[in-house]
Design a protein around this ligand. Structure first.
Ligand SMILES: [Zn+2]
Length: 97
């Protein structure tokens, strides 16, 4: 169902970085390519996630150009969903802490 109202303003921002900073294939350091933003509604409020995306720049690597997203993103919400996992599960515990 399409949204008919603007998305609410975020109350706080969380920065998520990749735990694994080396390429899983060639084991060279992957640089932070760019930041991606995502807004998630949780039971504790609206949170803006700043995702630090990394990319392998070794042209000889099999995973050259692939983007690695922060691992912690998965505990906030499902891909392409704006409601957090705590909202979907109906629990009152915050996933951010
Ligand atoms: Zn690589």
């Amino acid at each position: 169902m399409a949204r008919n109202q603007p998305q609410p303003q975020a109350e706080r921002e969380e920065v998520l970085e990749c735990v694994q900073q080396n390429c899983p294939h060639c084991n060279k350091l992957m640089w932070n390519k760019y930041d991606n933003y995502r807004t998630v509604r949780t039971l504790s409020g609206v949170v803006r996630l700043r995702l630090k995306l990394r990319r392998c720049y070794n042209s000889k690597c099999e995973r050259f150009g692939y983007v690695l997203r922060p691992e912690a993103e998965g505990k906030w919400a499902l891909p392409q969903h704006e409601f957090g996992l705590d909202v979907m599960a109906g629990t009152s515990r915050s996933v951010a802490l």
